[in-house]
Write a protein that binds this ligand. Structure first.
Ligand code: SAH
Length: 269
């Protein structure tokens, strides 16, 4: 029992603060100044793999705790992470809970905030540059565009869209006419592209996959609603990747020749 709670007679330690910090999409230069400062001063940094090797590699081994996938390929249960955050804070530690992108975009940051509040632990949210916007951006794709998209939806591709109680209404998304950005959407790409087509979205709607956006080995693959599954398979696109669906995805083709902001990162497939 590392926290030694219950040993009588000691001054109760004031709980440390937990910082729910977004690390951005992976390029260390896209981390906020505040995130960098908090990582520097933290006693412990709880993280998974999503912040990426460049950012994690800069954090001293002795203050890192990996709460992502374990050796056997199993995810660390969320209850363990919740418990560990509270435990460390009650030891008076300054804790950074580091999450890829923004902590409140599909990062379970909301659940952790609720758990901390229930436990009476002070916490702070440090927003990050989400891959949902930055991924398309560094590939030359604006998620909105005056001529092409007046709205953008961020959705999870993780769940099975054919299951009866699907939380994502693909029909409604198709009807918006706006951009659809899918996170965690590599595996189920065939299912939700079919859903969108069935919902009336044209087969030639442009689609782009941005794999490891802003990482040194970033790759971009482009196609249409009809072709993108084959494109994915031929290129061997794997998570983490962002799927961008909508007319804005064609912008890449018009600007890519002059697109330099990836800074040598990235390769056309
Ligand atoms: N909180 C994160 C999202 C966590 S969900 C954020 O705001 O970015 C995990 C999903 O995020 C991945 O499956 C992938 O779809 C996306 N993702 C995160 N980082 C990425 C990156 N560098 N490149 C492409 N996709 C990324």
């Amino acid at each position: 029992d590392p926290d030694g709670a219950g040993s009588g007679g000691e001054e109760p330690t004031a709980p440390g603060t937990v910082h729910l910090v977004g690390s951005g999409p992976g390029d260390p230069d896209l981390m906020t100044v505040k995130a960098a400062r908090l990582i520097e001063s933290a006693d412990v940094v709880l993280h998974d793999k999503l912040p990426g090797p460049e950012i994690l590699g800069e954090i001293p081994e002795e203050k890192r705790e990996d709460v992502g996938k374990r050796a056997g390929g199993e995810w660390t249960p969320q209850e363990y992470t919740n418990r560990r955050l509270v435990e460390l804070a009650r030891e008076g530690k300054s804790v950074v809970r580091l999450k890829g992108g923004d902590p409140f975009v599909f990062g379970r940051g909301g659940e952790e905030a609720e758990h901390l509040a229930d436990a009476g632990i002070p916490f702070e949210v440090v927003p990050g540059v989400t891959s949902a916007i930055a991924g398309p951006a560094v590939a030359g794709i604006p998620v909105t565009h005056r001529d092409h998209a007046s709205s953008v939806s961020f959705v999870t591709g993780h769940e099975d869209p054919t299951k009866a109680e699907s939380a994502v209404d693909w029909d409604a998304l198709a009807a918006t006419g706006g951009t659809v950005v899918v996170l965690m959407g590599v595996g189920k790409l065939p299912a939700y592209t079919a859903e969108l087509r069935d919902a009336g979205l044209a087969g030639d709607t442009p689609v782009a996959l941005v794999e490891r956006a802003t990482w040194p080995e970033m790759r971009v693959a482009t196609g249409t609603l009809d072709t993108i599954v084959d494109v994915r398979d031929e290129a061997g696109i794997e998570p983490p990747a962002i799927t961008v669906i909508g007319d804005v995805a064609a912008t890449r083709g018009r600007v890519v020749e002059f697109l330099r902001n990836a800074d040598g990162r990235g390769e056309e497939t």
